[in-house]
Every structure is written in structure tokens, then in C-alpha cells.
Design a protein around this ligand. Structure first.
Ligand code: CP
Length: 328
């Protein structure tokens, strides 16, 4: 997505009171916006038991999941989140929808709106798809981006921020390294914007040259090619999946070579702080970007991330409905 359209996406997602109305990208949102999402998510977690609490803030509302790409974590946690907020949830089976008979996306949306949709949760392979959908819907509908192409995955970034805040502490004290296929990663892009806005001390990316972001000079991150250098003094290491399906050409020699150089292993983690925390948005490829002993080890927060995803998605759904209501 170009900078001008990214700016438009960030403008489109706020209402006249400067509050969230859609959630399309972490880019362009203020520290207050992101902190409000984190604090609202925190309010859905029982402080004693850590369990996610039910609160029927969306009773009588309808959330429609429109997933044009596969998903396990995001689609399911959006469904759990919406149900815990008392909403009705419909998972639209895109492969069986009338788009296969030539119906346009716009017509499909308008028909779903006529079925009283209040929120569309959208995952799509094209960068900018959620932005496009938000620009087409009527004012009473909110759109949440559940991942669009290589552009953004804002709820993943925010659940990662909640995980970091709960387990590693204040962002100002933290060096965070994102490791692996940065170039094709919508998660990395959304995380980098969120970490910058929330004031992380230092953001690093560690990747082979072919998988480094092309615009890293504009992203304000430190770029490393060697894990031995990039992991030094790191507080949080986030491994990313190698996204073979998004590579136009062979950018990697082999999975084995990638693992040898960039796999997050116990050996490589010795360069980081002793209590380094390990994260991964999933799905994980064991033995490609992460060693099983690390993924399942005591410093891994991978399954906590999934659990916090429910609270963060409850927060985003409830804030978007509030923002919708204010602008009517
Ligand atoms: N992290 C993530 O987006 O996982 P899914 O593709 O399973 O939703």
C-alpha cells in the first residue's frame, strides 16, 4: 500500500471524535489510541485468575467473518471474542459464496449489510482490501482488518503488544527483535508501527538481505543480517513464518539453510538477554524458523499470544461499535 493510501486508511478508521470506528492498520494511530485498545483488552482479563470474562456489550449485533484466505487463530478468536461480547457471529464460506458466480465484492457486501451485519471482519490476500471494503460500507457498519496481503495485521500486532506489556513490562525499556521473513510480513509491518508509537527503546529486524523490507530506512528500525549480532541484549525475540506463498521468486536457498542461519534455536538465543521472551504469531513451522524446544520452552509466549488475542479482539470489536454509534 502506498503512503498516501496508508494515510487515508488511518484517517478512514477514526470518527469525527477521533475515536476508532474501523480498525485497518496500526499506522497513523496515536499512542492514546493504541493504549486504549490495550487497556480495554486488559479490562476483559480477570486480574486474579487471568481468565477472559464475558461482557454482553454487543448483544443484538451481528459480526460477519469474511475470510478470503485460510486462518486458524484469527478467525476463531474473533468468533470467540464476538460470542463473549454477546454478538451473533456468522462465518461466511467464501468458497461457496456467489462471488464464484461472478458477483462483485461490492454487491456481496451490500447483500450482507441487508442481512443486518454490524461488523465485517475481513482477511484478504490483497493489500488494501480491508481499506477498500471500509470505503464501500454504509456508516452503520464497522470493518476490522484481519490481515490484508503484505500490508497490515493490526489485531495481531496489538495482541503482541499486550503480550509484551504483560510479560516484559514498559516498552521504553525494551529491545525487540523481529526475525525472519520481514519483507512479506504484514505482522512485522503492523508490529513495527505499534512498537514505535508505544515508545519501544529499540526495534530490530534480523533477516537475510532477500527478506529484508525494501523501505526499512523509512520504518525506523535497525537491520541486521546475522543473528549473532542482532540478538545481542534483546528482551523480546519475535520469529516469523517464512511465507513461501508470497515470494515471487526463490528468495531462499532451502529451509534447512534458513534454519541453520535464522532459525530461533536455544544456541542462538544465548546471544540475547538470559530472560529473553520468545514470540511467534503462528502458524509455526518447527525446524524452519523456530526450534521445537524453543517454541515449547519456558520462555515461549506463543500460546499466551493466542489467548490474549481473544481479549484484544473483544476490545477492538467493542471500541469499533462505540465509534460507529458516536458518528450516527
Ligand atoms: N497469526 C495468524 O494470523 O494466524 P492465522 O493465519 O491462523 O489466523
Amino acid at each position: 500500500m502506498h503512503r498516501s493510501s496508508a494515510h487515508e486508511a488511518s484517517r478512514l478508521q477514526l470518527n469525527a471524535q477521533d475515536r476508532l470506528r474501523h480498525f485497518l492498520t496500526t499506522e497513523g494511530l496515536s499512542r492514546d489510541h493504541l493504549t486504549e485498545i490495550l487497556d480495554t483488552a486488559e479490562s476483559f482479563i480477570d486480574p486474579v485468575t487471568g481468565a477472559i470474562v464475558n461482557r454482553p456489550l454487543l448483544a443484538g449485533r451481528t459480526v460477519m467473518n469474511l475470510f478470503f484466505e485460510p486462518s486458524t487463530r484469527t478467525r476463531t478468536t474473533f468468533e470467540v471474542a464476538a460470542k463473549r461480547l454477546g454478538a451473533d457471529v456468522l462465518n461466511i464460506d467464501i468458497s461457496k459464496s456467489s462471488t464464484s458466480k461472478g458477483e462483485t465484492l461490492r454487491d456481496m457486501l451490500w447483500n450482507l449489510e441487508a442481512m443486518t451485519a454490524d461488523i465485517f471482519v475481513v482477511r484478504h490476500g490483497d493489500s488494501g482490501a480491508a481499506h477498500f471494503i471500509a470505503s464501500q460500507v454504509t456508516p452503520k457498519v464497522a470493518v476490522i482488518n484481519a490481515g490484508d496481503g503484505r500490508h497490515a495485521h493490526p489485531t495481531q500486532a496489538m495482541l503482541d503488544m499486550l503480550t509484551i506489556r504483560r510479560h516484559a513490562g514498559a516498552f521504553e525499556n525494551l529491545i525487540v527483535a523481529i526475525v525472519g521473513d520481514i519483507r512479506h510480513s504484514r505482522v512485522a509491518r503492523s508490529e513495527i508501527h505499534a512498537l514505535q508509537t508505544l515508545g519501544a527503546k529499540e526495534i530490530r529486524v534480523i533477516a537475510p538481505r532477500t527478506l529484508q523490507p525494501r523501505d526499512f530506512d523509512q520504518l525506523g528500525v535497525k537491520v541486521f543480517e546475522r543473528m549473532e549480532d542482532g540478538l545481542v541484549d534483546v528482551d523480546v525475540a519475535i520469529a516469523l513464518r517464512v511465507q513461501n506463498e508470497r515470494m515471487e521468486s526463490a528468495l531462499l536457498p532451502s529451509s534447512d539453510e534458513f534454519y541453520a542461519l535464522y532459525g530461533l534455536t536455544r544456541d542462538k538465543l544465548k546471544h540475547a538477554k538470559p530472560d529473553v521472551l520468545v514470540m511467534h504469531p503462528g502458524p509455526i513451522n518447527r525446524g524452519v524458523e523456530i526450534e521445537s524446544a524453543v517454541a515449547d520452552g519456558p520462555q515461549s509466549l506463543i500460546l499466551k499470544q493466542v489467548n490474549y488475542g481473544i481479549a484484544v479482539r473483544m476490545a477492538v470489536l467493542s471500541l469499533a461499535v462505540r465509534g460507529q454509534g458516536e458518528q450516527r
